[in-house]
Design a protein around this ligand. Structure first.
Ligand code: PDD
Length: 286
């Protein structure tokens, strides 16, 4: 099926949506993005993603080209036009096309490039991987130091993902100064003695929208949370581990650098948190 995508104010067949070879996103990785998941045809955590988009743009000195209402309308229209029941909406804003390659930013008023498209992912909620758990390896975190900005510069996470694949596992967790920062495209957690442990927010990690919602739901459910960095050795000795992202929700991790955690099956805390997240985020889905 040919998707209908959004490009700079127009809804077009994906085959007819074209961006300039001089676009700053293409030649400089000068753009930011968001991924919002769709369940039952509704957007999860939409306002969180909208706020983070605004923050990422602001940190890079870019304007937000559209209002919350306009973003919402485009998201909803693409979900409808493409018949998405379970899946994702991808959004990208770049600094636009200056008409040539130049390290300096284009002049004020250069139109930004705005792209949105959907991805259908049937089985996103009832994901077999979540019942099985996934295996990760650790990799040094060699990304830039502003990981709190959700930029389209994703080469190092892609390299890490490929390294994980070559080594026969599912994903990689980044480490820096002996501590886990986050996963290739997710925030990371361990569980010890019933306590959920996760790295605090800083410029070292992306401020996950799923993380924020999950920690709120967990606190409301009287679960214990400790925000502090943890090591790979601690993860290997933990009762459970898991990660969160808009595309995976809460995903149990059963192996870290070849060491099996607990029983080697998704643990009760991660399983409960996945249910909790799906239940609660659906209530506020729009
Ligand atoms: N990735 N950390 C990194 C480096 C990420 O790329 C992501 C999301 C997260 C989790 O953030 P959130 O809960 O807001 O999705 C953490 C998205 C899903 C992606 O790149 O596809």
């Amino acid at each position: 099926m040919t998707r209908t995508v959004y490009l700079n104010g127009e809804y077009l067949p994906e085959t007819e949506a074209h961006v300039s070879i001089f676009d700053r996103g293409f030649v400089m990785g000068d753009g930011v993005y968001e991924v919002t998941s769709v369940l039952q045809g509704k957007l999860l955590d939409f306002d969180g993603h909208c706020l983070r988009l605004n923050r990422s743009l602001g940190e890079l000195g870019m304007k937000n080209p559209l209002s919350r209402e306009a973003w919402l309308e485009i998201h909803r229209k693409l979900v409808e036009l493409n018949g998405i029941d379970e899946g994702m909406v991808y959004l990208q804003v770049t600094r636009g096309n200056p008409g040539d390659r130049d390290f300096a930013y284009p002049p004020e008023g250069t139109p930004q490039t705005v792209v949105l498209f959907t991805q259908a992912k049937p089985g996103l909620a009832d994901n077999p991987q979540a019942r099985q758990g996934i295996r990760v390896i650790s990799i040094p975190d060699l990304r830039w130091a502003r990981r709190d900005i959700k930029t389209v510069q994703l080469l190092y996470p892609s390299m890490a993902k490929m390294e994980a694949k070559h080594r026969g596992v599912d994903d990689a967790w980044f480490t820096e100064d002996g501590f886990v920062t986050e996963g290739t495209s997710n925030n990371t957690y361990i569980v010890k003695g019933g306590k959920i442990i996760t790295r605090p927010l800083s410029q070292d990690i992306l401020h996950g929208i799923t993380r924020a919602s999950l920690l709120r739901y967990a606190a409301e459910a009287q679960m214990q949370i400790e925000e502090r960095p943890f090591t790979i050795a601690e993860a290997q000795a933990a009762d459970e581990a898991f990660f969160t992202s808009a595309s995976a929700f809460v995903m149990p991790v059963i192996e870290v650098d070849g060491v099996t955690l607990g029983s080697g099956r998704p643990g009760p805390v991660a399983t409960r948190l996945r249910e909790l997240y799906l239940e609660e985020s659906l209530k506020s889905a729009i």
